[in-house]
Design a protein around this ligand. Structure first.
Ligand code: C5P
Length: 219
């Protein structure tokens, strides 16, 4: 039991980017590799949790013991998250969800023209924020923040605005942190806005630190 502190707990983790279609062959995406989210899902499963991993397009392989739901767009990720969340005791939102998507998706490949091209974008739903609204008192919700400036203030703002229990800040200012890298450097803020700063580590080790922080607030 000591090695399985999350036995009987249901956990949901999101990972990877989302792709927002422009036409049948093109999309708007981002550089998220999914590594951090997959590592977190794996660690939580090792601690005994029943893990559902909701993954955007990524080359990562998930361990057999995880229940994996593959999605492509922000809208599909929203739908998957909204259906899994009510049963989830602990939710970790690690995915780099697109903030904007093309307002119209062309049904045919857009032809090259002599002139430029303007794409109109509309906002996607902030999944984490909407789960924060739906959250019940027994549920733990963890979000990520990736900022390039004034990062600690933005991270703390996110914690409060999105009703989170923990926010994990990754800074792009640290070499070897973020995106495709195998290492990451994080700072975790809890609800009391207490800050824990971690060293640069492998994403597996970072995932363990995040799980330790979750275990401290889970009962
Ligand atoms: O506000 P910002 O997008 O920087 O917040 C990042 C956090 O919100 C991450 O945990 C990310 O997974 C989540 N998010 C989301 N849905 C969006 C945008 C971000 O769940 N549409």
């Amino acid at each position: 039991k000591k090695s399985m502190p999350l036995y009987g707990k249901k956990v949901m983790v999101t990972a990877g980017p989302t792709y927002e279609a422009i036409d049948p062959v093109r999309f708007i995406g981002n550089h998220s590799s999914g590594k951090m989210g997959f590592a977190i899902a794996d660690e939580l499963a090792k601690l005994g949790a029943e893990v559902t991993l909701i993954a955007g397009p990524t080359a990562q392989k998930a361990a057999q013991r995880l229940k994996r739901i593959d999605v492509v767009s922000a809208r599909e990720m929203f739908d998957a998250c909204t259906s899994v969340f009510p049963e989830s005791d602990i939710t970790v939102m690690c995915a780099a969800v697109a903030d904007y998507r093309p307002k119209q998706v062309a049904t045919q490949k857009i032809k090259k023209r002599d002139s430029g091209l303007v794409l109109e974008l509309e906002k996607t739903t902030d999944i984490l924020a909407s789960l924060g609204v739906a959250k019940k008192t027994h549920q733990i919700l963890v979000g990520f923040a990736l900022e390039t400036n004034d990062e600690e203030n933005y991270a703390k703002g996110k914690l409060e605005k999105k009703n989170l229990d923990l926010v994990v800040l990754n800074s792009l200012n640290d070499k070897g942190a973020g995106f495709k890298s195998d290492t990451n450097k994080i700072t975790i803020f809890n609800k009391a806005l207490e800050r824990t700063v971690f060293d640069m580590k492998s994403k597996t080790e970072v995932a363990k630190d995040i799980c330790t922080a979750i275990l401290k607030i889970a009962k």
